[in-house]
Design a protein around this ligand. Sequence first.
Ligand code: ADP
Ligand code: MG
Length: 476
Amino acid sequence: MVMAVTSDLQLAQWARVRSRLLEEFGEAAYRSWLSFLTLREVKDGIIRMEVPNRFLRDWVTVHYADRLRALWCGENRSVSRVEISVGQTKVEPQAKSIDVPAVAAPAVINGPATRQFSGNAGPAAGIDGDGRLEGQLDERFTFENFVVGKPNELAHAAARRVADVAVSPNHQVPFNPLFLYGGVGLGKTHLMHAIAWHIRRYAPHRKVIYLSAETFMYQFIKALRYKDTMAFKDQFRSVDVLMIDDVQFISGKDATQEEFFHTFNALVDQNRQVVISADKSPSDLELEERMKSRLGWGLVADIHPTTYELRLGILQAKAEQRQQTVPQRVLEFLAHKITSNVRELEGALTRITAHAQLVNREITLESAQDVLHDLLRANDRRVTIEEIQKRVAEHFNIKLSEIHSARRARAVARPRQVAMYLSKQLTSRSLPEIGKKFGGRDHTTVIHAVKTIEALMANDRALAEDVELLRRMLES
Ligand code: ADP
Ligand code: MG
């Protein structure tokens, strides 16, 4: 059996790369393709990975190699290439690495080298010999790349202000802490990294530490075990800006909560900037009362779910960054359909552009729908045909059963057509599927309904408004 030549650090990096892949491509794609990847070796800037057969090798290489390489580079700057080959072993020698928590030392971005903590003695488990720690900062997460819209404008402005003040000669901390909160994939980590990059660029002598709450806990527990808590505390002593991401993970863990609280208080008392993120507001976190109230002392900025306009703006910016021509119609379609979070939106764009390159064809609405089939379904769960029928019936004041019935009177036929039209627009169900849900009608009836409503809307203002109103209600 070929043993993998990998260190704990590399396994931890790989664990993070994997979790990003999972997030970006979704569970189905991950399970079908990416879960077969095994890390074999990291040497001379080349990451060697294996999969069990040729088909998987080709598929993964074509579809995911670029992203895999980019993610690896994010972890380890010296990576220049990722090679995927067919391996003979089925059972992974380092399968246990799956349980290794994805942790790393804090990214000390600037300032004097700080002592690092590593659970295992020996250099391999630490950070690269030359102390290259910025690996954790995603280089795409800058202010330049952040698209501002209504849902995130407060958080953005606050982050910007923290960054600007931190690089100004007399840095009077504007609000402490800055507490950013919002759902998954809405840009919290992006904004924190952006602050770090900004300071790094304009005031490289300032010391910034960015770390996830998980890393904080992990290191603290290690320090306790190795009776090295003094050194643990020392690394935060001279920091100018401390950013801790995802503090909801600190909930409930007593000793770490306490330590986090002390560290936090000490820094705030010394007028050092602290930036915190979480998926909940301070008062909703599972923390001690005093901690919660302290976290809310500064500025609490929430990031709201994206709007259609913001999603479209983000897609346009990302397509441009990648120098990829994507028809406006396709972008609008994506902004319309993929509403869960920005990460999924990006993943969708990546997928359709990769597919277009692979088959060497232009991107069309049809190809996009095809490639994103599973994703669209997942996003669909929000609006169901049943919901549409219910709302439409209510709106036009008819019985739900009449939507399914065969009655042709205009008073019921029109609302039924509106419901069919909206089902086509707001879900990714096929025409026959929609027909089936409307009392077992044929797909041609659905096509007819869609065309009729489209034509009517062009001339009948009142109907167009009805439809628009219903759409908004259903989407909110
Ligand atoms: P969170 O930390 O809130 O879960 P992230 O910061 O990791 O979310 O964002 C998820 C992805 O979406 C990242 O790739 C990020 O760059 C992107 N993203 C989120 N919001 C924006 C935005 N307003 N403009 C550009 N990209 C964004
Ligand atoms: Mg995050």
